[in-house]
Design a protein around this ligand. Structure first.
Ligand SMILES: NC(=O)c1ccc[n+]([C@@H]2O[C@H](COP(=O)([O-])OP(=O)(O)OC[C@H]3O[C@@H](n4cnc5c(N)ncnc54)[C@H](O)[C@@H]3O)[C@@H](O)[C@H]2O)c1
Length: 278
């Protein structure tokens, strides 16, 4: 498959390398000529010059959108319009675009749209979920402390910290919780309840991730003290599910869909509307 990678920052380069590892052809594009040149040289892949401004003219079979969240929407629309399967890095977009994303999803889509909530593919997340299967879950909690200002690249400058940290919100939903039942919103921290599942996100504290789940006959915990400890395999697994879904659309993937991405965006919009108490 010819896979167009939009955005050659840390996420785009990783997806391009993984697409190649999975036996596909990666074609990279970036509004920053130097970024796409670096990626094309490092990965020995085709590059669309920035001046062309028409990345879609390369007739890709699939696309990965790995640009900053605020600019995902236009490319996603174009991929859907062309019936091209598209994998969109998380978060899907920004809160102000919620209605436009919902409009995009109202008709049956001509192609697969997956969203890069790849923590679902992380080993310990899988183990916790498997442990919960057939067990009555008494409670679970997903906590994340992470300061997006420490990240590199453009992403750090205009990222919405809540959306950037929304992986845990997706995990809570994926673990079976549905509606938001409680929310304590503070300036840099939100503590949420989805029934018996709790989510605690703090975007000013030093990095730490802690997930716990307790069922009738099962207790599990995973702790990570640096992002690298989560492992790289989850990115490859998530992307391979995306490619598998095209070969067999009936395949029930663990990957997050457009509807999941919209739900995370909607929940973040709801949380944002609640008044911070400090
Ligand atoms: N799921 C995860 O674990 C994970 C991890 C890292 C990043 N991300 C997400 O991936 C996305 C990119 O993050 P990053 O860390 O690679 O950011 P980055 O700032 O390192 O790279 C973004 C790149 O996109 C380019 N770009 C900007 N606008 C563009 C446009 N209109 N067309 C083409 N290229 C454009 C920039 O020049 C830059 O090279 C963000 O949405 C981020 O939240 C997800």
């Amino acid at each position: 498959m010819r896979v167009l990678i939009l955005g050659c920052g840390s996420a785009g380069r990783r997806h391009a390398a993984n697409a190649k590892l999975l036996g596909h052809e990666a074609i990279v594009f970036d509004v920053d000529e130097a970024a796409s040149t670096r990626a094309a040289i490092a990965l020995s892949c085709e590059r669309i010059p920035t001046g062309d401004g028409r990345p879609w003219a390369c007739h890709p079979d699939a696309a990965v959108i790995a640009t900053p969240a605020a600019v995902h929407l236009d490319d996603a629309r174009e991929a859907v319009r062309r019936g091209i399967p598209v994998y969109i890095e998380k978060p899907l977009g920004i809160i102000e675009q919620l209605a436009e994303w919902e409009a995009l999803a109202t008709r049956p889509l001509p192609s697969v749209v997956y969203v890069g909530y790849q923590l679902r593919f992380q080993d310990q997340a899988m183990a916790l979920r498997l442990g919960a299967v057939g067990n009555r879950v008494r409670g679970a909690s997903f906590s994340l402390a992470c300061d997006p200002r420490q990240w590199r690249g453009l992403r750090a400058t205009y990222a919405d910290p809540l959306l950037e940290c929304s992986h845990e919100i997706d995990l809570a939903r994926w673990f079976g919780a549905s509606d938001l039942t409680s929310a304590d919103v503070r300036e840099h921290r939100v503590v949420l309840g989805f029934g018996s599942v709790g989510v605690d996100i703090d975007w000013r504290a030093p990095y730490a991730r802690e997930w716990r789940i307790e069922g009738e006959h099962f207790k599990g915990r995973a702790h990570f003290d640096r992002p690298e400890a989560l492992g790289e395999a989850m990115y490859l697994d998530a992307l391979s599910e995306f490619f598998a879904a095209q070969a067999a659309p009936e395949h029930r993937s663990r990957a997050a869909t457009l509807a999941d991405g919209i739900e995370a965006l909607r929940l973040c919009a709801e949380i944002r509307q609640l008044k911070a108490v400090d």
